[in-house]
Design a protein around this ligand. Sequence first.
Ligand code: UT7
Length: 335
Amino acid sequence: MYSSKITGLGYYVPENVVTNDDLAKLMDTNDAWIQERTGIKERRHIKKGDGNSTSIMGAKASRIALDRAELSPDDIDMIVFATLSPDMYFPGGGVEVQEMLGMRTVPALDVRNQCSGFIYAISVADQFVKTGMYKHILVIGSENHSGGLDFSDRGRSVSVIFGDGAGAAIVSRNESGEGGILSTHLHSEGKHKDELSLKGPSTGYWVPQIIAENPQEDIPYYPYMNGQFVFKHAIVRFAEVIQEGLESNDLEVGDIDMLIPHQANLRISQFIQHKLKLEDDKVFNNIQKYGNTTAASIPIALTEAWEMGKIKKGDLVVLAAFGSGFTWGSAIIRW
Ligand code: UT7
């Protein structure tokens, strides 16, 4: 059995900054409400004509990660692409990135686990590297939320939270055998699938059917979120899956050097920090600048934290996520 490690990181966000005041021009909301409830000050949105899409942003983040890993696209043995906002209903973003980067006919796997998508994707990559089947895997989380949100008053409790962006990591065979990805822990609970969901377009809600057969107030083609319900489950599951990861490696909360939680809501991160009694410099948040970028949030935050020198060799880094499904997970990494 081999072990795996992250050898390259990159992220990309669109240039277009959308402040809370900008959103207040579109819907009945305000900067004070958004900051108080979520911590978000601004987010990035793709602008029509700026050349971005979920897969294109994923490819941009990937190029940076490849450079930092000192690898070329030819070195990659597999792509794992996590998103809830693919460019097309099918095929998924993995094959699009493969084509954009001019890669060999390597497998491209698409992961659909929403906010937990990156943790699921890292876990898949980790298993393939551990067995020795593949040496270098490109793992991507990318989202174009702004293309599908309801920016009217009706959608305000969802639309103010989400932003666009992409992050990528290269998971490679850990040749030195020192540290690396120690373990990953994944969960789901389908009975809560409706509490944070987007119902159409799908085989249950093709677009003409939505328009023809559903009343005006039935809007399955915009995301629905039972915010408080999701919040309450998030704070329990985050803490649980972090503890699970630590215990399975005989580690304690005090061993954590850096926790990178999925950037769902600053209040959720603060709650977890408080519950685990972690000092401020042991938890990294950047939701203030980017909003909630779902599958992209962890790789963007991980890359930023690493670029800022907040993650050093030997550090214990914990990644954790919770979201639609519900699904949740953690990854315990010795950097
Ligand atoms: O990343 C995937 C997982 N997602 C999450 O973890 C998100 C979890 N949930 C949350 O983060 C929070 O529940 C939200 C930020 C979504 C909402 O915060 P909240 O404190 O739960 O607010 P609420 O939904 O209970 O709404 C409180 C009030 C309501 O008005 P009334 O009924 O008290 O008069 C809403 O209509 O705030 C109103 N409201 C808004 N006001 C201004 C809802 N959205 C807005 C808005 N601007 N954008």
